[in-house]
Design a protein around this ligand. Structure first.
Ligand code: ATP
Ligand code: MG
Length: 392
């Protein structure tokens, strides 16, 4: 038996022996029934936080306001939440207040989808209050109670519906799909960080293309900022793709992508680099210059983007060019910047930069061997050209 299940059961027993109800709930139960390995266990209980604290050695107050604590048990962590009902949602994201409730059913009714409200006790018996087992069997994503109300309460659930398609390969139950179509526009009221977080998760899952197709068919994509073209493109990709490539396609297809999304500088630079290579190689071949300046990794990523656009796979050519590159970095030149400074009268950075660029081109195109003498001689010729030209 896996360790987290073993320790999780010990927590359930401790709570039960203290006179409380306690169950595994949500994703863990769902994934276990689907045979998807998971160790992330959430527990729901009628014990209030004050009663939980003295029962365990390490209890961290991770979400006291929402009735949630994290129990650290033999280095495994468990999120334990007191049965609660969510109050009115006025900002389409968080309930204005939460209130605690005595019944399990009330707690389960605030959850999003029927497949996410299954509970399991320490004897591994499963209890199903809202027909989740049926939906699990039929591979359906259906909200608990009226989908219109449920999406209106919390717009992030729109994206969560697609996340579970991406994870499980399920489809949307008809009324749930209809409600997504009706309420799609409220996604714009959700903070961009939460949206990004959901997309990051979605793009990691195996059935991401099914999720993207569902975004398109429910017209959700049309209301999702200006992302429709990119999402549509990705949904029709003939190959699987990672998060970074997905974001690159969204960037290529969306004018205000970087203004809208809050990506780190590092992520933006990586996306810009792949996009730049895509532009350079859309109708032109990959060249030694591109591989030298951008690196093989980025070139291969751009090649995958081309494939998302149903263009030819040029991985073999890229590998061949890379293999033949005599140098991979400017510091591998046998006659370099410091040699130019020492052996010629050139001082200006601009001039030295010009010479180095030329030497790199000559070497990577195999017009010159990468030897000290050959490059020195070529430098002298270039200085001549420089002096006769108007490069100042
Ligand atoms: P995953 O495997 O992707 O983590 P999960 O079902 O565990 O899926 P979590 O985001 O970890 O999803 O949330 C845990 C549980 O909390 C869900 O199964 C669901 O019952 C409930 N839940 C989470 N977010 C919401 C929400 N926005 N609205 C209603 N219930 C929610
Ligand atoms: Mg979870």
């Amino acid at each position: 038996m896996d360790k987290s299940l073993h320790y999780g059961k010990a927590i359930l027993r401790t709570l039960k022996n203290a006179g409380y109800e306690a169950y595994f709930v949500g994703g863990y139960v769902r994934d276990r029934l689907l045979n998807i390995p998971t160790s992330d266990i959430d527990i729901t209980t009628n014990a209030p936080i004050e009663a939980i604290k003295p029962l365990f050695k390490k209890v961290i107050l991770t979400g006291e306001k929402y009735g949630t604590v994290t129990i650290l048990y033999e280095k495994h962590s468990f999120e334990v939440t007191t049965y609660r009902k969510d109050g009115h949602y006025s900002n389409k994201r968080h309930p204005d207040h939460v209130s605690f409730t005595k019944t399990l059913e009330d707690d389960l009714s605030r959850r999003d989808f029927t497949i996410n409200q299954l509970v399991m006790n320490e004897a591994e018996e499963v209890f199903d209050h809202f027909n989740g087992l049926d939906d699990l069997k039929n591979h359906r994503i259906r909200t608990i109670n009226d989908p219109n109300e449920r999406f209106n309460e919390d717009a992030l659930r729109l994206l969560r519906a697609f996340r579970f398609i991406a994870k499980l390969g399920f489809s949307l139950e008809e009324k749930t799909a209809e409600a997504i179509r009706t309420h799609a526009a409220i996604i714009r009221e959700v903070a961009i960080e939460r949206i990004q977080n959901e997309l990051d998760i979605l793009f990691q899952y195996p059935y991401k293309k099914n999720a993207l197709k569902a975004m398109v068919t429910t017209h959700f994509s049309r209301q999702f900022f200006n992302l429709h073209d990119g999402l549509n493109r990705l949904s029709e990709s003939p190959i699987d793709f990672e998060k970074e490539l997905a974001y690159t396609v969204l960037y290529l297809e969306t004018d205000d992508f970087f203004e809208r999304f809050r990506l780190s500088k590092k992520r933006m630079r990586a996306i810009e680099q792949i996009a730049r290579i895509v532009y350079q190689t859309e109708t032109e071949p990959y060249t030694p210059e591109i591989l030298f300046h951008e690196g093989v990794d980025a070139a291969l990523k751009a090649n995958l983007v081309h494939q998302i656009y149903h263009r030819e796979d040029r991985a073999y050519t890229i590998a061949k060019i890379a293999e033949k590159l005599p140098i991979k970095d400017v510091c591998e030149l046998k006659f370099k910047g410091e040699d130019i400074l020492q052996h010629t009268h050139l001082k200006k950075r601009r001039h030295i930069g010009f010479i180095i660029d030329q030497l790199i081109l000559d070497v990577i195109h195999a017009r010159l061997p990468n030897t000290y003498d050959a490059l020195k001689k070529r430098t002298e010729q270039l200085i001549d050209t420089l002096e006769k030209s108007d490069i100042k």
